[in-house]
Design a protein around this ligand. Structure first.
Ligand code: UDP
Length: 259
């Protein structure tokens, strides 16, 4: 799971989501805010890779290793265009299937069956956060796919519907600023960044945290989820299959190659 300030803040106020974050098999540091927090609090410089960059790298890995991918999420027209874009970007990549993300909750089990029947090795879920994390957590035990990853708005980018931030924003870790300028209606979500920054500073200077943070539960999240290092959690669902091992080791090497 890609960890960003928005997810950390949301997890602090939602116990069930906090548990989902903790149980993710891998935590990767998604963006500058999380990396800065770890540096400020623990003096450790960790590699970071944005969720979308990791998604693109995993697609390249899938093509290279002959693993097949399933895309779940986004609007019907976006997912169709994303599939076409994939054919151009990764002509050898096997796409096991694509389904848009506008299905009813009641249909989730048949969605899972379709994914399982496709024999996909990798499942990318683009339902937005926290919906995608909740969906994966809820159906993880039914899914036979060894690797699942929530990818937010990545299919919209892949389809060309949404433009990625120019390089200068990506390099300086200010993609969120570019996004805010292009989609100002997201401002409410971005306020999480301010809350996150303030809580990191309070923690650093040992100032009292607001009531929610004082309950002591957030510490587990910060030490586990904001580690930024791809790590295996005790709740890993890995059942020791070769497919799973291959995907896992590829992810580790992909992540350590991130900037
Ligand atoms: N989406 C979906 N089903 C839903 C809600 C959202 O497939 O019920 C898709 C939406 O079309 C978009 C993505 O989820 O492609 C969310 O993108 P966003 O940029 O909001 O995600 P974030 O990374 O910010 O969570």
């Amino acid at each position: 799971m890609a960890i960003n300030p928005e997810k950390v803040c949301f997890a602090r106020g939602d116990e069930a989501f906090r548990e989902i974050v903790r149980k993710a098999t891998f935590h990767v540091c998604d963006g500058a805010g999380t990396a800065a927090a770890v540096r400020i609090l623990w003096g450790v410089k960790i590699p970071r890779i944005t969720g979308i960059e990791l998604f693109f790298q995993m697609l390249a890995v899938a093509e290279e290793e002959d693993l097949c991918a399933f895309l779940l999420g986004a609007r019907p027209e976006a997912i169709e265009r994303a599939r076409q874009a994939l054919r151009e970007r990764h002509p050898r990549l096997r796409v096991a299937g694509c389904l848009d993300g506008y299905f009813h909750e009641d249909e989730s089990e048949s969605v899972v069956q379709e994914i399982n029947a496709s024999g996909a090795d990798m499942l990318f879920v683009a339902l937005g956060s926290p919906k995608q994390e909740r969906w994966i957590a809820r159906y993880r035990s039914m899914l036979e796919t060894p690797f699942c990853m929530g990818v937010g708005g990545s299919f919209d980018v892949l389809s060309g519907r949404v433009k990625r931030a120019p390089r200068v924003f990506r390099r300086t870790g200010t993609e969120w600023l570019y996004r805010l300028a292009r989609e100002p209606w997201r401002w409410r979500r971005q306020t999480a960044l301010i809350g996150f920054a303030l809580s990191v500073l309070r923690e650093k200077f040992r100032l009292p945290q607001p009531r929610l943070y004082r309950q002591g539960r957030h510490a587990e999240i910060e030490e586990g989820a904001v580690s930024g290092v791809a790590q295996s959690s005790s709740a890993s669902r890995d059942n020791g299959t070769t497919r799973s091992d291959s995907v896992r080791s590829q992810l580790l090497s992909t992540h350590s190659a991130g900037d």
